[in-house]
Design a protein around this ligand. Structure first.
Ligand SMILES: C[S@@+](CC[C@H](N)C(=O)[O-])C[C@H]1O[C@@H](n2cnc3c(N)ncnc32)[C@H](O)[C@@H]1O
Ligand code: SF4
Ligand code: SF4
Length: 438
């Protein structure tokens, strides 16, 4: 079998969790020859630059959510706003990353569109040639912000927790006051309608810009039975929606065993819903619920047993990086404890370096980063906080399989240099590009 066919065989076994983000295996295949080479040499200077850098552009939040503590951070007495990166420094970092060759940014927070200089930031990133994807709660996408997103960005994915106004059930996000609109706001659904309306108008205004809107529903015990209504909403509005189960050890919001049984036996047996092009239920059915342990999912640590049993290496450490609003750098949002409280021992533990005054590249190629890469090859969930890796477990599995089944036998047969050369040639014809990974 040719190397190309072996690679095709591996990637055909997996599916991306979220088709609206267009982040399937062929989109990161192009990085793998350099990544596998650097894995063997253990020399950080051999690493490619990351495929995507996530920026937490602000810690400020505009909705209070049950499964995430970010909205409480700024209310803490010892929260120091002066320690945040300045806009000028953020833009300098964008330039450094663009010059290094980083092509895509993912912006989150906090609520990214609440950043008072959102328009300036996204225009700057675009000016450096970087594609930007934004994760937003959908509150406050004004006509001005919508115009900037459509002109300078690639997509927005709007997180919601339900589609029905049932505040009794407390399953929906509570809209909070913000400096830009004070108390003058509607409920979450009114705000969402305004934001989507503004985005649609801007998309009509700039039809040549290939921009997409997606929806992300974070499934919890209070909204799980609304999944059919969520899919109906997505179909009616022609917006692709992805469903992901909330995680977090001991979270009171987690789905119970009965909820998972209902998902498996009722929801996922409805072929019409599962095959809807506007939802990712097939990913939940064929991957998430099939490959991950049910008890772990119920306990909020979905990848615990999967990682401890499958000897997976975390290649996210070579593909991706996260910079928070204070300039601290992390391997991923899970080690960052991005849904956790302001005080987090975990977040302190995994801080690799600070880009407030240092270049990103000096952190990316540092010994500290390299040590984490080695500690995660393979992932040891007993020693690392990798039990809720819902975002990266599929790419980590794909890359581990490519490394184990295709690259390593080739290297054993031909030696490192020739293996990299032949593997690189095979990858070339299979790679595709994506607006923003991941
Ligand atoms: C941390 S938010 C940041 C961006 C923005 N504020 C938003 O809400 O989309 C990013 C994503 O994390 C999701 N999230 C929050 N808490 C979560 C949890 N405990 N488990 C899984 N996803 C969670 C949110 O629903 C959202 O889709
Ligand atoms: S999910 Fe988003 S909006 Fe909600 S608290 Fe977390 S960061 Fe803020
Ligand atoms: S949580 Fe996932 S992506 Fe993050 S370090 Fe662990 S294995 Fe890697």
């Amino acid at each position: 079998m040719s190397i190309e066919d072996k690679i095709k065989g591996v990637i055909s076994r997996f599916q991306t969790s979220d088709s609206s983000r267009k982040n399937g295996p062929t989109t990161y295949l192009g990085q793998t020859p350099d990544i596998f080479k650097a894995y063997e040499t253990k020399n950080p200077d051999d690493l490619p630059i990351p495929q995507c850098v996530q920026f937490e552009i602000t810690n400020f939040c505009t909705t209070g959510c049950r499964m995430c503590f970010r909205w409480t951070w700024l209310k803490q007495r010892d929260y120091d706003e002066t320690a945040e990166l300045t806009v000028d420094r953020q833009i300098e970092l964008f330039k450094e990353l663009a010059d290094l060759g980083v092509k895509t940014f993912l912006w989150t927070g906090g609520e990214p569109v609440s950043h008072p200089e959102f328009v300036r930031l996204i225009e700057a990133a675009h000016g450096f040639g970087v594609k930007v994807g934004v994760l937003s709660n959908g509150v406050g996408i004004t006509p001005e912000i919508a115009d900037a997103m459509i002109q300078y960005g690639s997509w927005v994915r709007i997180s919601q927790d339900d589609v029905q106004t049932d505040f009794e059930k407390k399953n929906v996000r509570r809209v909070l006051e913000a400096p830009s609109y004070g108390k003058n706001h509607g409920d979450i659904f009114e705000e969402l309608d305004k934001s989507i309306g503004n985005l649609r108008k801007s998309m009509e205004k700039f039809p040549e810009n290939d921009f997409s809107i997606g929806l992300a529903f974070t499934i919890q015990k209070n909204n799980v039975r609304s999944i059919p209504a969520m899919i109906q909403y997505a179909e009616e509005n022609k917006i692709k929606a992805s469903m992901k189960l909330a995680h977090g050890e001991g979270g009171k919001y987690l789905c119970s065993k009965e909820d998972l049984d209902w998902i498996k036996n009722t929801l996922l047996t409805d072929e019409k819903l599962v095959s809807s092009e506007y939802s990712n239920l097939n990913y939940l059915k064929d991957f998430f619920l099939k490959m991950l342990d049910e008890k772990d999912i119920i306990e909020g640590m979905p990848t615990r047993k999967y990682y401890s049993e499958n000897n997976i290496t975390c290649f996210t450490t070579e593909l991706f990086s996260l910079i928070d609003a204070f300039g601290r750098t992390y391997v991923c949002c899970h080690l960052y404890d991005d849904n956790g409280t302001f005080k987090s021992d975990q977040r302190e533990k995994y801080n690799i370096g600070d880009v407030t005054n240092n270049s990103f590249e000096s952190v990316w190629r540092s010994n500290a980063y390299q040590k984490i890469r080695q500690d995660l090859a393979p992932i040891d969930v007993c020693n690392m906080h990798c039990s809720n890796c819902t975002r990266h477990w599929v790419p980590n599995t794909v890359l581990t399989s490519l490394h184990r089944e295709v690259f390593t036998p080739l290297k054993d047969e031909l030696g490192l240099e020739e293996a990299v050369k032949q593997y690189e040639e095979a990858v070339r014809g299979l790679s595709t590009s994506t607006p923003v990974w991941h």
